[in-house]
Ligand binder design. Sequence first.
Ligand SMILES: NC(=O)C1=CN([C@@H]2O[C@H](COP(=O)(O)OP(=O)(O)OC[C@H]3O[C@@H](n4cnc5c(N)ncnc54)[C@H](O)[C@@H]3O)[C@@H](O)[C@H]2O)C=CC1
Ligand SMILES: O=C(CO)COP(=O)(O)O
Length: 331
Amino acid sequence: MQINSVSIVGGGAWGTALAQTLAHGGIKVTLWAREPEVVDDINERHVNRTFLSGVSLNPAIRATTDLSAVARADALLAVVPAQHLRSVMGKLAKQLAENTPVIICAKGIEQATGRFMGDVLEEAAPQVLRAVLSGPSFAADVARGLPSALTLACRNETTGRALTAALSSRQMRLYWSSDVLGAELGGAVKNVLAIAAGIVEGRGLGASAHAAIVTRGFAELRRFGEAMGARPETLLGLSGLGDLILTCGSAQSRNMSLGRALGEGRSLGEFLGARVSVAEGVYTCAALVRLAHEKGVEMPIAEAVHGIIEGRLLVDEAITALMQRPLKAED
Ligand SMILES: NC(=O)C1=CN([C@@H]2O[C@H](COP(=O)(O)OP(=O)(O)OC[C@H]3O[C@@H](n4cnc5c(N)ncnc54)[C@H](O)[C@@H]3O)[C@@H](O)[C@H]2O)C=CC1
Ligand SMILES: O=C(CO)COP(=O)(O)O
């Protein structure tokens, strides 16, 4: 499979960073953004001040607000936030050729349906070849050309290996996996757990509590992943444990920063109102908890985050409830 041109659907921080890294690798990149000012910024000034300020972009990146202009490419990257993926890909679906590789880069679960992004894409555009790109990767790091390693999952081995080779570069090393659900599940769940890690930090609970919440959070991610059919090695890999470590450990994370603000006593509305960027864990937590209940999987940390986001639970009540759960064997 020859990949000379790539379309990127979504002009937020991550879509822009991926455009940058692929353009540096010599791939022709066309990026669709909703906001005309983002398109102007990228085409005229080679920056994206709205979503990725402080990075000079490769002048070869072309941006457009016209969705039909991104339908014909060797591969397409879907980088709109999870709750908008269905509507945007639905608009584009009829123009996508049979077997076009579409690589999902959003991290989340659809709130209304509880569907993972791969299923959403299959329903919106059943004729395309689905893949997932996920792993520890802050947009600002990748856009600056710092080294990163991610998982590219695709059920079809030939396509998966070809995409991995075509999109890898000296800065971004991709590992192929056939476990599509496992790769997308880690990215969705870690966002919810990063809110919990942020709360621990914002509340000043200390480094020991931080290590405990990340470790017990991973136990939840692993239990849930295995119940959903993800492979253990995927959950332990870049898209699972790797991304959990990154997101729970850095103030660069929007989810972690949101948790920190909540831990400091600020409100959800105050945090979200001050930002244009998305904290996916806010929208994924309800669907995650619902799915966990359906599968009979215990996820007390995710449930606590959900309760706090919904305003049913105070931060201190959540901490007390977690610490007073019945003692049990470590699993
Ligand atoms: N920023 C990062 O470091 C990384 C982000 N991701 C994932 O990429 C996805 C996109 O995130 P970012 O690029 O960071 O976004 P962002 O937070 O930088 O920007 C928000 C994006 O949402 C879009 N948006 C808002 N309302 C919309 C609507 N009604 N329909 C369609 N699009 C709408 C905006 O146009 C903009 O592209 C998320 O799922 C995120 O978890 C994955 C890896 C790294
Ligand atoms: O997914 C990410 C890093 O891999 C970005 O995390 P945040 O959305 O929390 O910033």
